[in-house]
Structures are given as C-alpha cells and as structure tokens.
Design a protein around this ligand. Structure first.
Ligand SMILES: [Mg+2]
Length: 374
C-alpha cells in the first residue's frame, strides 16, 4: 500500500457551553481540531486528528498545519502507511519534537493498518482486556451554584467519576469541591484538576480545604515545568497526584518518574504524540507501578477512538474512569464515535482500524481550510 495524497483539514468547532479550565487558560468557547486524511493507492482512507491548545501543549493548530503541510506530508508520500515504524523514522528525520503534528499522521497510519488487516486496532495492539470502560465526567470552573448544577448533570449521565476543574481562587475552589461532595454523596470518586492554575502556596492551601471531600486524585496543581514542585506537593498533601501538562513526551515521563512526582499519568493520545509514543509511555509507566488515566483535550471522535483502542489493551488502567465523553461537549461530532457511549460507559468499537466513521457533511460544516499534499 502506498500513500497517494495527504489531505489536511483545519476546523473550528464551538463548544455547546463555554468551559472554564483554570486561571491560566480562561474560558474556552471553541476548539480547532486539525484532521489528516491519508489517501492510498488501494482506496483505503486513514484518519488522524490532533487538538492543540498553545498554552497547554506548546503546539498550536496553525503550527501543526504548517509542519504537516511543509515537512511531514511531503516526506511520506509514496511510502507504505501500514509500516508505522518506518513512517515514524521518516518523521523523526524530518523535524525534531512537534509531537502533535507527528501524532496526527501516526494515528492515520494506525487506522490504515487496522483497515488493511480488517481488524479493530486494539486487536493488533494485543487484544482487548475489557468490553467497555467507565467514563469520568468533567466540569469547569464557576460559582458554587453552577458547580453543583454541573455535578448533578454528570451524575445524571451515569458517569463513574467526576473531574472538577479548579486552579482559580484556592478558597473558593476548595468550597466548590466540598459542595460537590455534599451533592454527590460519600462514595462518588472526585478528581481535581488545577490545570497549572496555582503557585505552590495556593496549591497547598486549596488541597488542605479540598482534602475534607476525600478526593481520589489531584492533577497538575502547578506549572508544567516545575516537576520538583509537583513532587514536593505529592510528598506533602497525602492525595495521589497525576501529571498532564508536564507529560508531553517520553522524555517528560522519564523525568516525572525520576523525581517521583506522580502516581498517575494523564495520557492524551494527541498530546502525547500519537499511538506509538503513547504506548511507549504507558509501558514505561506500567514498569514503575504508575496507572494510566485516559484523559482528553477538547477532542472529536477520531482522537477519542484512537485513545479508546489503546486503553482497551492496557492492564495498568486507572480505576475510576476515563474522559471518553469529550465530543459530547462540542456542538457536533465529526464522527459516529459517540454511539459507543451507553449508560456512562464506552464500548469497544467493532469496525476495522480506529473503528469510527467520519461524517463528511458534518466535517464540511466546520472546515475553515483544506489543503491536499500529493
Ligand atoms: Mg488535565
């Protein structure tokens, strides 16, 4: 099989409701997924998606598009996309870092590998350990009343845990978390995510209040680069810690492990540079007794399906649920992925490759630029 053309589709998709992530990121009203569609000489199509957010991931939708258009796509034309190892080597030779840009191509190649084999990708990755996975809901910042209302909606969706976005005023955030515990009752797992919003003092002040609510996890309390600081918070606060923004590449994973800064890794397949690199990070985590929370950027169904295909094969899965609801936050999903979500769980897809269908008419509605490299 040979790559005949790479289509680059830049999109802009509004959220159903503005989402406050933390002081650092403010309100998010739209997302700009970059989609890659690889056309092959055998007529099979492979899809990849990435969901960059400059302040979060370093790369932006525009930087990803330029790197794919000018550097990566021309280098892989005519090559066999099902030889993912070779494609990876070519991309590494062309440009350093740019994990999200490379991850988009990697995802499309794995999609083609599965389609060529006539199997869902998870089977090629070793086989599914689960039939379905529990979903973790997520709520943004706001007033106490807004927080309580959003938490009740998460429970109505039958999600198995809740991620509460904090990272604003530490006392107000602490009170919001206590209110969530009150409304959801004693047993409901509460995960906290500060999205780098605190400094060291605020991170500790917040968790000292929120600890009363018995949270099961505290994600990315402070700046991504301050891994020593995160390790210090982990030693002091008595709540398990996860890293998200601090964990972009394999090198970051090694650093977090060396400094004993985390109990859980938040994996996002696009943030982590695609399927191949995510698998490497996950295996490293497994060898160190670190569990994997499959988290999401504001993603559409292609990225979510790639993530799901990996998660189904992972033994060291975080027990309280994963962010597989992401496209439901957006005005529309450009794929049929969301049909896999039933009663707060996401089912293993059955179709070959990533196992989803891209809805061309929906994709067209949100496309802002389209380029073909051939
Ligand atoms: Mg996070």
């Amino acid at each position: 099989m040979r790559i005949e053309a790479v289509e680059l589709i830049e999109t802009c998709i509004p959220l159903k409701k503005a989402y406050k992530l933390s002081k650092r990121y403010g309100y998010l009203k739209e997302t700009k997924p970059v989609i890659v569609k690889i056309n092959t000489d055998e007529g099979l199509l492979g899809y990849g998606e990435t969901d960059p957010m400059g302040k979060f991931t370093g790369e932006t939708p525009e930087s990803v598009a330029v790197i794919i258009k000018n550097d990566l796509a021309p280098a892989i034309l005519g090559k066999d996309p099902t030889n993912v190892g070779r494609i990876t080597e070519i991309m590494e030779d062309v440009v350093r870092d740019n994990h999200m840009a490379k991850g988009t191509i990697d995802m499309a190649c794995y999609d083609l590998l599965g389609k060529a084999a006539g199997m869902p990708l998870y089977r090629l990755l070793g086989g599914a350990l689960y039939d379905d996975l529990p979903i973790m809901g997520s709520i943004g910042g706001g007033t106490i009343e807004e927080t309580v209302e959003a938490a009740e909606k998460v429970r109505e969706c039958k999600y198995h845990s809740i991620m509460v976005k904090v990272g604003g005023d530490p006392v107000h955030d602490g009170n919001r978390v206590l209110a969530v515990r009150d409304i959801l009752g004693k047993e409901y797992p509460i995960i906290l995510d500060a999205n780098q919003g605190y400094d060291m003092a605020a991170a500790l002040k917040f968790i000292n209040i929120a600890k009363e609510a018995d949270p099961v996890l505290y994600e990315q309390p402070i700046d991504a680069e301050n891994i020593e600081g995160i390790a210090a918070i982990r030693r002091k606060c008595g709540v398990p810690i996860s890293v998200d923004e601090s964990l972009l590449s394999y090198r970051h994973a090694q650093e977090v492990i060396r400094l004993e800064a985390a109990d859980v890794f938040s994996i996002k397949v696009c943030k982590n540079g695609g399927i191949k690199q995510s698998l490497a990070i996950i295996e490293l985590a497994r060898s160190k007794g670190i569990d994997i929370l499959f988290n999401s950027m504001i993603e559409e169904g292609i990225t979510q399906a790639a993530s799901l295909n990996i998660a189904l094969t992972v033994p060291n899965l975080y027990q309280y649920g994963h962010a597989y609801f992401s496209p439901l936050r957006l005005q529309e999903d450009i794929t049929d992925y969301s049909t896999n979500i039933v009663d707060g769980r996401v089912r293993a897809p059955q179709a070959p490759g990533l196992g989803i269908k891209v809805l061309d008419d929906v994709l067209e509605r949100y496309t802002i630029r389209r380029s073909i490299i051939q």
